[in-house]
Design a protein around this ligand. Structure first.
Ligand code: NAD
Ligand code: TYD
Length: 352
C-alpha cells in the first residue's frame, strides 16, 4: 500500500482512517481523499493532516466516471478504501433513491476504474488468480445480514438479508464487489463492521444525538421500547481493523469487525444521562423506526484468529473519551447542526 485512494474521507470514519493511516504508515507515498462534502462531510475533521505533503483532497462525486478515471490516471493508485456512502438508516427510509445511486452505482464506478487501470479483464490470467500489489477494500456494514433474534451472531457466511433501504444498498454494493471478484479477478476485501462511536460523528446517529440533546436539555427520542441491541465499536478500532485487512487479509475474503460489545439502546441513553448528570425524565419513547432491526452481534473470530486483530478500546474508556470530546468541542457540533459549514462549502466551491 503506497498510493491510496480513500473515498468519503471527510466523514466520521473516513477522517479517522485518514489520520490513522498517515500516522501509522510512513511508507505511504500518497493519500487522495475523494469526497463530495455532503451534509455528512466536514473538512474540519481533517485539520490535523492538512499540512501533510502526502495528503491531497479532491472535491468530487464517486459517481462521476470521468473524474474517477482521471484520478486513477493521474495518481496510479494501488489501493482503494471505499467509505463514501449515504450512511443513515432514517434518511434512507425517507429518501431511498440517493442511497442506491451513491452506494451502488458509486461502488461500481470505482470498481470499473480500478479494473481498467489495474488491467483486469475477463480473459486475463487475473480472472483465476489475484494480481499482486493492488487491492480494493469495500467498507460495508453488519446491517447487510439483517436482524438477529435473542441468540446467535453474524458470521461471514450468514446470508445477506437487509431490511432497510440503507442496508439493502450496502448489500447490493457488496454483491457487485463480489461479482467483480468472480468475473474479473478483482483483488477485493469486504469488511462488515458493527456500529461505530467516537469523536466527529454527525449528531443524527444515536450516541452523538443523545449527547447533544442531553446537553441542550432537550428530550431524548428512544425508538419503541429501546431494547434493540447494537454491538458498539470505537471508530479507531474499526480503522485499525481495516489497516490490518489491507496488510494481512487474504484477497477475495470478507471480514467481520466487532468488539463483542452488545448494548441495548436504552442502556446507552441511560449511561449518557448518568455521565452528564442529567435526569432520566428527558427520555421520550417515540414511535419505532419502520423495519427496525432488533439485534446485531458480530462474530469476530475470523479477523481476530486469522489476522491477529484486536480492539484497543474498552467501551467504558471509549465512551468516556467520546463524551469528553463532545463536551470539549461544542463549536464543532454547533457548526455541523447549524449548517454554517455547508454554507461555507457552497461559497467555497461555487465555481468548482
Ligand atoms: P458519514 O455519513 O459520516 O460519511 C460519509 C462520507 O461520504 C461524507 O464525507 C460524505 O461527504 C461522503 N459522500 C457521500 N456521498 C458521496 C459521493 N457521492 N461521492 C463522494 N463522497 C460522498 O459515514 P460514516 O459513518 O463515516 O460511514 C463510512 C462508511 O462506513 C459507510 O460506507 C458506512 O456504510 C460504513 N459503516 C458505518 C458504520 C457506522 O456505524 N457509522 C458502521 C459500519 C460501516
Ligand atoms: P443509529 O445510530 O441510527 O444506527 P443504526 O440504525 O445504523 O444501527 O441507531 C442506533 C440505534 O439507536 C438503532 O436501534 C436506532 C436507535 N435510535 C433511537 O432509538 N433514537 C434515535 O433518535 C436514533 C437516531 C437511533
Amino acid at each position: 500500500m503506497k498510493r491510496l485512494l480513500v473515498t468519503g474521507g471527510a466523514g466520521f470514519i473516513g477522517s479517522n482512517f485518514i489520520q490513522q493511516a498517515l500516522r501509522r504508515r510512513e511508507d505511504l507515498e500518497l493519500l487522495v481523499n475523494l469526497d463530495l462534502l455532503t451534509y455528512a462531510g466536514n473538512l474540519e475533521n481533517l485539520l490535523p493532516v492538512q499540512g501533510d505533503k502526502r495528503y491531497v483532497f479532491v472535491h468530487g462525486d464517486i459517481r462521476d466516471r470521468a473524474l474517477v478515471e482521471e484520478l486513477f490516471s493521474r495518481y496510479a493508485f494501488d489501493t482503494v478504501v471505499h467509505f463514501a456512502a449515504e450512511s443513515h438508516v432514517d434518511r434512507s427510509i425517507v429518501e431511498p433513491e440517493i442511497f442506491l445511486t451513491t452506494n451502488v452505482i458509486g461502488t461500481q464506478t470505482l470498481l470499473d476504474a480500478a479494473k481498467r487501470h489495474w488491467k483486469l479483464e475477463p480473459d486475463s490470467k487475473y480472472s483465476t488468480e489475484y494480481k499482486p500489489g493492488v487491492v480494493y477494500l469495500q467498507v460495508s456494514t453488519d446491517e447487510v445480514y439483517g436482524a438477529l433474534g435473542k441468540t446467535g451472531m453474524f458470521t461471514e457466511t450468514t446470508p445477506l438479508a437487509p431490511n432497510s433501504p440503507y442496508s439493502a444498498s450496502k448489500a447490493s454494493a457488496d454483491l457487485v464487489v463480489r461479482a467483480y471478484r468472480q468475473t474479473y479477478g478483482m483483488p477485493v476485501n469486504i469488511t462488515r463492521c458493527s456500529n461505530n462511536y467516537g469523536p466527529y460523528q454527525f449528531p443524527e446517529k444515536l450516541i452523538p444525538l443523545m449527547l447533544h440533546n442531553a446537553l441542550e436539555g432537550k428530550p431524548l427520542p428512544v425508538y419503541g421500547d429501546g431494547m434493540q441491541i447494537r454491538d458498539w465499536l470505537h471508530v479507531s478500532d474499526h480503522c485499525s481493523a481495516i489497516l490490518t485487512v489491507l496488510d494481512k487479509g487474504v484477497r477475495g475474503e470478507v471480514y467481520n469487525i466487532g468488539g463483542n460489545n452488545e448494548r441495548a439502546n436504552i442502556e446507552i441513553v441511560r449511561l449518557i444521562l448518568d455521565e452528564l448528570g442529567k435526569p432520566e425524565s428527558l427520555i421520550r419513547h417515540v414511535q419505532d423506526r419502520p423495519g427496525h432491526d432488533r439485534r446485531y452481534a458480530i462474530d469476530n473470530t475470523k479477523i481476530t484468529g486469522q489476522l491477529g486483530w484486536a480492539p484497543a478500546y474498552s467501551f467504558q474508556q471509549g465512551m468516556r473519551e467520546t463524551i469528553e470530546w463532545y463536551l470539549q468541542n461544542p463549536g464543532w457540533v454547533e457548526r455541523v447542526t447549524s449548517g454554517e459549514y455547508l454554507d461555507y462549502y457552497s461559497r467555497m466551491y461555487e465555481n468548482a
